[in-house]
Write a protein that binds this ligand. Structure first.
Ligand code: GN1
Ligand code: MG
Length: 370
């Protein structure tokens, strides 16, 4: 039961009111999350999120929290300067009773808390196409509000997170090590990534050559990382800021499209259902570029379609690497979950390749009038 798991932690945070209920939220492949309800003496409800940070993935939880605090404070100030009420627009860290952003229960058990954005939903699959236009606008706005934030002040908490070439070499090393004895059944899948090594390394090479700027990026713009207001249908808050780091705006565009514009869930095993919905691609592109077309360089805009291909391949390769390693990184719900996910993203990547020219035409349409 959720309460039993967390009751010893609750007194360590500055939650207001009396504890009423805790429910585990089954979202995310990395951290464990609880939704908490408290009640003030006057009857008002106070809601929070309590999360256990996965320290296998995040080796520097203090660095993660430092990044999050700097970035959320910056966004809050930017909204204040625009006269926008930011109470439901940005995550806020709830400190511990000794005023720390983290509570360390033991060496490998780290907890943190946030305000809860109420009357809003994080969808794994969007229910209405308009939501995706909104998501594009929200991730674009996130990017825009952080253009004047000095990226060098952020810690690279997972070094090379979207360095796809480095991830390719890690994948090759995992294939060679074959720790879980699974490589023999995976010839076709492995070949897929060797065939795409060059394409996958294009963004990181352009960054290294200085042809693309380093920006503050979210790095995990999966569609369930934006909250949609239940009443207005507008995207109100970008969440899951654990991977906010210096990076490329292309990562955020590519990851959002590969997750939100797919016609199937990320772990749908029936590959005939997996494709890129160009209508959704267009909606997101429209929303995203409405916020950032004056900020992005011509080269960044030109490479937006490529970013979708690169991030879909990268994630497919990450899932396959984890399957080969024996499922150490992503949470799994079935023994072949990572393999199913990898094949799903490979199918999506193939469809993205087939639709490349159409994506390019759409990007050009919305990049005009800059
Ligand atoms: C992980 O936990 P979640 O779902 O927000 C992962 C992302 C992947 C995603 C795929 C830190 O994000 O990079 O794209 O799963 N986060 C990390 O579902 O590795
Ligand atoms: Mg998430």
């Amino acid at each position: 039961m959720a309460y039993e798991d967390i009751r010893r932690l609750l007194p360590h945070f500055r939650f207001e009111g009396r504890f009423e209920n805790a429910v585990e939220i089954n979202a995310g492949n990395i951290n464990t999350t609880y939704h908490l309800i408290y009640r003030l003496p006057d009857g008002e409800k106070k809601e929070y999120l309590l999360q256990r940070i996965n320290t296998y993935v995040f080796k520097d939880p203090d660095g993660v929290m430092r990044n999050i605090i700097m970035v959320t404070e910056h966004i809050e100030k930017a909204y204040a300067a625009q006269g926008v009420d930011s109470s439901r627009r940005v995550l806020r860290v709830i400190p511990t009773t000794d005023n720390q952003p983290l509570y360390r229960q033991s060496e490998d058990s780290c907890w943190r808390a946030y305000n809860y954005v109420d009357h809003a939903t994080a969808y794994d699959m969007l229910e209405k196409p308009e939501h995706f236009l909104e998501a594009g606008r929200a991730f674009g706005e996130f990017q825009r509000l952080l253009t004047d934030f000095p990226a060098a002040e952020l810690t690279e908490t997972i070094p090379g997170f979207h360095d796809t070439l480095k991830r390719f070499y890690a994948f090759v090393a995992s294939v060679a090590a074959d720790k879980a004895g699974r490589v023999k059944e995976l010839e076709e899948e492995i070949e897929f990534f060797f065939d795409r090594r060059k394409v996958m390394s294009q963004i990181v090479k352009a960054l290294e050559a200085g042809r693309l700027p380093i920006r503050v990026t979210h790095n995990d713009t999966k569609i369930n990382n934006v909250m949609i207001d239940d009443e207005t249908g507008r995207a109100i808050c970008v969440i899951d800021l654990d991977t906010v780091m210096p990076g490329s705006a292309l990562y955020d565009f590519g990851d959002a499209i590969r997750s939100g514009a797919s016609t199937a869930a990320e772990d749908e095993p029936d590959l005939s259902k997996v494709s890129l919905d160009l209508n959704l691609f267009e909606l997101f592109t429209k929303g995203f570029l409405s916020e950032v077309k004056d900020i992005l360089t011509p080269e960044e805009i030109e490479l937006l379609p490529l970013s979708v291909q690169v991030i879909a391949c990268e994630l497919a390769m990450r899932f396959l690497t984890d399957y080969i390693d024996g499922d150490l990184y992503f949470k799994i719900r079935t023994p072949d979950h990572n393999l199913v996910r990898a094949r799903n993203q490979m199918a999506l990547a193939k469809d993205i390749e087939a639709k490349f020219d159409k994506m390019q035409a759409i990007v050009r349409k919305y990049a005009q009038n800059a």
